[in-house]
Design a protein around this ligand. Structure first.
Ligand code: MG
Length: 309
């Protein structure tokens, strides 16, 4: 089936036309990375922080002057990052198998480094913060499978779980994932979307996004049906716009799905494998940053990222 294209945009549904500016161009902002991942945007600083996982570094891109520089090295092979409701950096660290917070004064606080029964996590991968301050993160094995993106190690937990850290208490919110990965809440926080990339470890394994209902207690999930299946490669990270559409990495591109129906609305073609995306561009949040293998890209959209603080 032929797909209509306008510039770098593939139009899979008419509604996508109003979500993009077809004259918008894809900018390569920085290159020379090994594996760009984990973008997190600080509106007040107009700065994007992102990881180069194998190279053991965090970078920052300053959207005011277009400069990219090293923010933290070594980064303990950090992967996913996000910004909490107070504007602090939250980071998943593979090597140290923990989740940390960079405080306003620059010190680093370990938020959690032990799972159930005092076992070490595998390698926290991606993280999101809910409006109640709870921190939700996934814990696949990628950072302990080899020394490439962490330190080769044992799966002490005996599974690859999804967790919620609320008021200092760690809750297991999902146990039935093969390799849980990116995650994002719907704008009203009543649903949580979680990627499973289990197909990297088992032929025919998951390459999909599941959607859960968040319980009234704020720390439990129900449902979990498959929301979307990746036709090529794997989803990894994902973000949501203000109207609830999902923007996610998917092979050589970014795919946009209707957050209610899972319908593919459109794609942005990117010349490298995409790992993760993040909205930025100041208070409008209408620029999509794209971490794609060796490079950081951006493209201006006609939608706005879901504001989380
Ligand atoms: Mg990931």
């Amino acid at each position: 089936m032929s797909v209509e294209c306008e510039g770098v945009f593939e139009i899979h549904h008419d509604s996508f036309r109003s979500m993009v500016s077809t004259v918008s161009t894809l900018h390569r902002l920085y290159t020379g990375l090994t594996w760009a991942e984990g973008p997190a945007y600080f509106p007040a600083l107009r700065t994007l922080v992102f990881s180069d996982v194998p190279e053991n570094r965090l970078y920052r891109y300053d959207e005011c002057n277009g400069q990219t520089s090293i923010f933290r090295s070594p980064s303990n092979h950090s992967n996913g990052n996000t910004v909490d409701r107070q504007g602090r950096l939250i980071t998943c660290e593979h090597q140290t198998r923990r989740v940390t917070r960079t405080e306003h004064n620059g010190t680093i606080t370990v938020l959690v480094d032990r799972a159930e029964n005092n076992k070490r996590f595998n390698s926290p991968n991606d993280v999101v913060v809910k409006s109640d301050g709870s921190i939700w993160f996934t814990d696949p094995t990628y950072g302990i499978d080899s020394d490439y993106e962490g330190d080769k190690g044992e799966n002490e937990v005996g599974g690859n779980l999804v967790y919620c850290l609320k008021d200092g208490v760690l809750h297991v919110v999902a146990r039935d994932f093969e390799q849980p990965n990116g995650l994002v809440f719907s704008p009203d926080e009543r649903r949580l979307y979680i990627v499973d990339t289990g197909g990297t470890h088992r032929r025919g394994g998951p390459a999909h996004i599941r959607v859960f209902d968040v319980g009234e207690d704020g720390v439990s999930l129900t449902g979990g049906k498959v929301f979307a299946k990746c036709p090529h490669g794997f989803y990894d990270g994902l973000r949501i716009d203000s109207t609830g559409n999902i923007w996610t990495s998917a092979g050589e591109g970014v795919s946009c799905y209707d957050g209610n129906t899972g319908t593919l609305l459109g794609r942005i073609r990117v010349p490298e494998i995409v790992a993760n995306v993040c909205f930025g561009g100041g208070p409008k949040q209408n620029v999509l940053y794209i971490c794609a293998t060796t490079s950081l890209y951006s493209i201006r959209l006609a939608v706005n990222g879901c504001k989380t603080f």
